[in-house]
Design a protein around this ligand. Structure first.
Ligand SMILES: *Cc1c(COP(=O)(O)O)cnc(C)c1O
Length: 475
């Protein structure tokens, strides 16, 4: 366990020189003054630098190595986007400044909204939600307001396929809808008969991810769209992972009425560790009047805020995580229309390359070409050797890569879900495939090594439940 910065403290050591005061001293009233000195670590500059540099080396991120965490799109985030977000005109502002003083920032929001509408095939957009799940909740609130407005109070059910991301049923539930789960076919896509049986006069909407969370494109999307719309329901697109289709296919053209995107997955904001993120919501024109307040409009080159006529209110304070939007805009403008499409094509190519590299060693439950990610099952390995998907994931840490997503989607037993993303080279994919195969070989030759893994990290196998419920962050 590492030493704390407090353990390194020695009275009197300093690494900062506070400049001389050039304003009159103001005395803090007696009653507000602390009675004992603040317990702050006192260290020299070099000890401070070493402490935090060494700590930073213990964490693993996309800038350290391969990170194929399925459904998360852990792609490399170009540093030029960070430069854009650090520009003083974007950072040294206040949300209460008058519109006339922040025209450039309003233009960023307006332009990004337009680009995202173009990419998704939607007609209006809000940048307010701070995450994907937050976007889902915002869009479902809009759908609810629309249905109430039309007096369609009996539409209380939201249909969610069993392969959906866990946030979908959670958001639907939080929004007061009843969730109806429908099963997938053996190919991992929506079971049309089950959908037809589920829809009716009580259907509010279908929430769908396409390509879905097992990496398959819903090839029956036109039938799905017609089935739901004919029953009077709406179609909601979970666009958290747009990486497979951006620049190639648009949810709006598939017939979806509303969509959320995760800028912190697809549009080059690093994520993990709690944010900040951004989950813009796009919609067709008939839902635009319910968007969160405010939206940016442009008239004669002047940008201003506007309250949509029947706005559901604000979904986040002020305008969302604005700097994440700056990064997304920088990313989209750097790639351009062709680059966006190329990124999607390479994401799909890389996933298929890795899937084919693993064929024969890993079982692929939903076989055939994948989109941006794919799922393998270690059910047979567990039966043969007792080694689980979790053991293999831990063994991969010792082999120098971040584990894939484990035990998701729930429809596959002993699942690992891999999403290599477009930013990885063929060499990286080859060495990842070698590590993945080596871990399987170890399951037969030396299973204990996997049960003990990881041995290369400061902490091996914590009690995961206790670690989540009762984290000890300072030991
Ligand atoms: C990540 C993800 C979400 C949720 O996004 P958050 O920003 O984590 O709330 C929703 N749906 C899918 C398919 C996702 O991959």
């Amino acid at each position: 366990m590492s030493e704390l910065i407090f353990d390194k403290s020695k009275a009197g050591r300093r690494c900062a020189v506070i400049p001389c005061r050039d304003v009159a001293a103001v005395c803090v009233p007696e009653r507000y003054r602390r009675e004992v000195k603040a317990e702050l670590p006192e260290v020299s500059e070099i000890d401070l630098v070493r402490h935090y540099t060494n700590l930073s080396r213990k964490s693993y991120g996309v800038d350290n190595g391969f990170y194929p965490l399925g459904s998360c799109t852990m792609k490399y985030n170009p540093k030029i986007n960070e430069d854009a977000a650090e520009l003083k005109g974007f950072t040294d502002i206040h949300p209460l400044q008058p519109e006339s003083a922040v025209q450039g920032c309003l233009e960023v929001m307006h332009t990004l909204s337009e680009y995202l509408c173009e990419i998704t095939g939607m007609e209006a957009m809000t940048l307010q939600p701070a995450a994907g799940a937050h976007g889902e909740f915002t869009a479902l609130s809009m759908i609810k307001a629309y249905l109430l407005d039309r007096g369609e109070t009996s539409r209380t059910k939201l249909i969610v396929p069993d392969s959906a991301h866990g946030t979908n049923p959670a958001s639907a539930n939080m929004c007061g809808f009843t969730v109806v789960n429908i099963p997938s076919t053996a190919d991992g896509i929506v079971d049309i008969d089950a959908l037809k049986n589920a829809v009716g006069g009580d259907t509010a909407a279908l929430m769908l991810t396409n390509p879905n969370t097992v990496g398959k494109f819903e090839k029956n999307i036109e039938i799905i769209e017609k089935t739901v719309h004919d029953a009077g329901g709406l179609l909601y697109y979970d666009g958290a992972n747009l990486n497979a289709v951006m620049g190639v296919a648009r949810p709006g053209d598939m017939g979806f009425d509303a969509v959320h995107l995760n800028l912190h997955k697809t549009f080059a904001t690093p994520h993990g560790g709690g944010g900040p993120g951004s989950g813009p919501v796009g919609c067709k024109a008939f839902l635009a009047k319910y968007l969160p307040n405010p939206v940016v409009k442009s008239e004669n080159g002047i940008f201003s805020f506007e309250r949509p006529e029947k706005s559901i209110g604000m979904s986040k304070s002020f305008f969302g995580n604005f700097l994440v939007c700056v990064k997304a805009l920088a990313y989209i403008m750097t790639l351009g229309a062709e680059g966006i499409r190329e990124a999607a094509e390479n994401a799909v190519l890389n996933a298929n390359y890795l899937q084919e590299s693993l064929r024969g060693t890993y079982d692929i439950p939903f076989d055939g070409p994948c989109m941006h990610e794919f799922v393998v099952s270690l059910e047979r390995l567990k039966r043969d050797t007792g080694i689980t998907a979790s053991d293999i994931a831990k063994g991969l840490i010792d082999r120098g890569m971040h584990p894939p997503t484990m035990y998701f989607p729930l429809v596959v037993h002993e699942a690992l879900m891999l999403e290599p993303t477009e930013t990885e080279s063929r060499e990286t994919l080859d060495s990842a495939a070698a590590a993945l195969k080596d871990a399987i070989a170890a399951a037969y030759d030396n299973p204990q090594s996997l049960r003990d893994a990881p041995v290369s990290t400061p902490v091996g196998r914590p009690d995961e439940t206790a670690a989540v419920r009762n984290p000890v962050l300072k030991a």
